[in-house]
Design a protein around this ligand. Structure first.
Ligand code: CO
Ligand code: ZN
Length: 332
């Protein structure tokens, strides 16, 4: 889990992917024929091969907080970078890219159950505006300040969404015995603010088939929503979310890969959420595309939880996708 830990703890919110991109580039530099970064900050890794263009992706960015105003006492007002939930943030620690740490609180005349981000602030321990401005400027971004913990069964950290997906892609590329397609592995930028990196990357790669790897909510905690996914039952092949419906060719390809990988897997159909697949399938003339979901608890908090067996099974599934030609599935 060392790779996952290193990726998860890197501070790289949307639009500030430089740090995580350098770590990933270093990890995969021996695995591809060419690696380049596009104008939106996507890391595009190409392993030349015969057959159809297969694009696999996971997003590198994470949700965060952006400083919008500094008051005379040195408290920072902030906006969201992606899907920040107010109730997950009160009394959470955050860390800025330069290492400055703060804690989030709220105007305590308000009932905390009705709170929104406009009533909240970050306290970085500054004594005045001038003091705060020595550490933080307008537009600077922070992320949840978290530790990584694992006990052999489960891992807990910030940003498993979607550094788990990034780590799974890296491990699968290294384990694959052959590549049965013209393979593009893309670590995308700015997913959390609206699938922006994937939109640009898929327009330049022009894939024939695409598969994203991202996290999905589970229904296995006390009195939770009735969702089909459970931790420990394997990765899911996602049939639908609010951003796309799986293409029949992608469905047959992915379900065959899941069966041939000799792993437990689940089926998912959700009315919520979105992933890079939502942007990719609408690019160019349209792209058959699907998603591998990593079952995850407490998504978009400082303490997301995944199952380590699910993580390992996801590596096997992505490895099988890499080793399986997409071509015959596209013809039928
Ligand atoms: Co997310
Ligand atoms: Zn995600």
């Amino acid at each position: 889990m060392e790779l996952l830990k290193k990726l998860a703890l890197c501070t790289s919110p949307s639009g500030r992917e430089d740090g995580i991109r350098e770590i990933i580039k270093e990890e995969v530099k021996e695995c591809f024929d060419e690696i380049y970064t596009d104008a939106l900050g996507n890391l595009i890794c190409h392993k030349k091969g015969n057959g159809k263009k297969l694009m696999l992706c996971a997003h590198m960015d994470e949700i965060g907080f952006v400083v919008t105003y500094i008051d005379n006492s040195g408290f920072l007002r902030f906006g969201n970078v992606g899907g920040i939930l107010a109730y997950n943030s009160i009394n959470s620690r955050v860390v800025f890219e330069n290492g400055t740490v703060g804690t989030i609180s709220y105007e305590n005349k308000e009932n905390p159950s009705n709170i929104n981000l406009s009533k909240m602030y970050i306290d970085i321990g500054a004594t005045s505006r001038e003091d705060a401005e020595k550490k933080v400027k307008i537009g600077d971004m922070a992320v949840y300040h978290s530790q990584f913990y694992e006990n052999g069964n489960r891992a807990i950290s910030k940003a498993l969404d979607d550094r788990a997906g990034c780590a799974i892609l890296i491990e699968a590329v290294k384990k694959a015995e052959k590549s049965a397609n013209d393979l593009f592995v893309v670590f995308t930028s700015q997913e959390e603010v609206g699938l922006r990196g994937a939109k640009v990357a898929s327009n330049s790669v022009e894939p024939d088939m695409a598969v994203s790897v991202d996290v999905s909510n589970v229904g296995d905690t006390p009195a939770s929503l009735e969702l089909n996914l459970k931790l420990g039952e394997g990765p899911a092949v996602k049939m639908k979310d609010s951003s796309y419906i799986i293409h029949p060719s992608a469905r047959r390809y992915m379900l065959d890969c899941a069966k041939n990988a000799n792993i437990k897997f689940q089926l998912e159909a959700s009315s919520y959420g979105g992933t890079d697949t939502g942007a990719i399938h609408l690019s160019g003339n349209g792209v058959p595309a699907g998603t591998i979901s990593i079952p995850t608890r407490y998504i978009h908090s400082a303490n997301e939880v995944i199952d380590i067996a699910d993580y390992k099974a996801s590596v096997e599934l992505v490895k099988t996708v890499i080793e399986t030609s997409a071509e015959e599935y596209l013809q039928a």
